[in-house]
Every structure is written in C-alpha cells, then in structure tokens.
Design a protein. Structure first.
Ligand code: ATP
Length: 239
C-alpha cells in the first residue's frame, strides 16, 4: 500500500562494489512523527542508509518509496525536489562563499518563498544573519553546523535527514544543536543519525538500531532506551 506521508524502506540491500554494507533493511519515516532516530556503532551503515535514501547510492535489491512513489533509481536532485533533504556529516559547505550565498544554494524555490524561508532561518539562527556576508569557511565549527542545517531547511523539506549533527562539536554546542533539532521537528520531520544515543532516543518517536548493516532493534525511542541490548551496548557508563 502506498502512503503519501511516509518514506518506506523495504528489504533494501546496498553494496560498495563487492562489499555489501546494508542487509535487508526495512524501516519507515512517517511525516506525523517529529523525530525518527537511527543509532548504531561506527561502521554500522548509518551514513550508507542516508545516502541510499537521498539517491547518492542505489540499492542492489529492495525498494524505497518516497511519499507514495517509488524513488529507487531517481537522481539525488529529484529526491530533494520530492522533499527528502540530507545534511551530510561532511557538511559540504562552499567555504569561499558567504553564508548568504550558501543559503541561496540550498534553495530550489521561487524568490518570495526563498525570502520567507530565509527570514525563518535567520530567526532561528540570528548568528547567521549577523554573519551573512562572512565566508562560510571562516565560521566556527558550531556555526558551520548551523549553516549546514539551515541550508537543508532552505529546500523546504518534508523530511530533513541529519547525519551526526552534533559530531565534532564542543559539549556546550551539542546541547544547542539538540535544542535546535527539537524546534525544527515541530514543523518538519527529522530523520536523525546520532552517536549521542541517549539524546537521540530521548527525542525520537520512532527509532532503529543498526548493527553490521542490519536493523536489530526498533520501537519507540522510549522502548529502545529501555531495551537491554541498547542499555548494555550503548548506554551503560555513558550517563
Ligand atoms: P560512522 O558512525 O562511523 O559514520 P556509519 O554507521 O555511518 O559509521 P557507514 O559510513 O555507512 O557507517 O559505513 C558502513 C561501512 O561501509 C563501513 O564498513 C565503511 O568502511 C564502508 N564504506 C563506506 N563508504 C564506503 C565506500 N565509498 N567504499 C567502500 N566502503 C565504504
């Protein structure tokens, strides 16, 4: 059954050449959920999953439906147009272009709509407004992360995927990023890949645990927070 409000990943396998990395992955991201989290150790395949959803990689088997339409085989730009936007771990900012120009690059919409979205982004991140003429490459790490998230928002996504948004940030900024994610999720569904397992699950309506390329546990965020496997492998000693 196709569902216009859901991203459905159905038994997807993904490989890099001969090296298979995702095995039989099935999951759902529903627009009525605020935050869907994917957790798992380094190398589990989380980034590969996001790259597959965003059309950078193609599954060798299985099917992905994006808001009721099959997306397998679509180009990355077409997937962005349909409302799935991926903010990569690498951030991919244009370092020698200004903050404003980077935001402009994120927008695929007409002028009026661009101006409205820009106002919203500047309201959420006043520092980006203050620094709109500064080269992105000279922003601090935290500011660059805000800019990368904002550039994703400029495309007015239905689902915004964030790959380790708190990665490589100072601890005081990590909280700031999670607060931001929470406020974004009031309007837009966030698909969140995170190493901060307790925070990612605490915020999640639905969550998946990926290990060795397979989904090994799923449920509400609270259910995973109480799962023996999650507690033993990811939470014990981290509190
Ligand atoms: P991390 O939390 O460390 O970012 P991850 O869960 O996002 O890890 P992936 O980056 O998806 O994991 O990597 C999954 C596996 O695929 C790893 O074993 C990685 O070495 C491998 N891999 C990733 N990219 C490539 C590539 N371009 N070519 C070959 N193997 C790759």
């Amino acid at each position: 059954m196709s569902d216009n409000n859901t991203i459905t990943v159905d038994e997807v396998d993904v490989a890099y050449g001969d090296l298979q990395v995702l095995w039989d992955v099935s999951m759902e991201v529903r627009e009525e959920d605020d935050i869907v989290s994917v957790i798992g150790p380094n190398g589990a395949g989380k980034t590969t999953l996001l790259k597959t959803l965003s059309g950078i990689l193609e599954p060798m088997d299985g099917r992905i439906e994006l808001f009721g339409e099959e997306s397998t085989g679509l180009r990355a730009e077409e997937i962005t147009d349909r409302g799935f936007v991926h903010v990569s771990e690498a951030r991919n900012l244009f370092g020698d272009m200004s903050v404003y120009e980077n935001l402009r690059m994120g927008s695929y919409t007409e002028r009026e709509s661009f101006d409205d979205t820009l106002d919203e982004v500047y309201e959420m991140f006043p520092v980006l407004k203050e620094r709109r003429d500064q080269d992105a490459g000279t922003l601090s790490g935290g500011e660059q992360q805000m800019l990368a998230i904002s550039r994703g928002l400029m495309a007015q996504p239905r689902v915004l995927a964030l790959d380790e948004p708190s990665g490589a940030l100072a601890p005081q900024l990590v909280e700031r990023v999670f607060d931001t994610i929470e406020s974004i999720s009031e309007d837009i569904t966030v698909l969140l890949v995170e190493q901060h397992v307790d925070r990612a699950l605490g915020l999640a309506d639905r969550a998946y645990l990926l290990e060795n390329g397979r989904i090994v546990d799923e449920g509400t965020g609270d259910e995973l927070l109480e799962s023996d496997h999650v507690v033993d492998a990811y939470l014990r000693g981290s509190a």
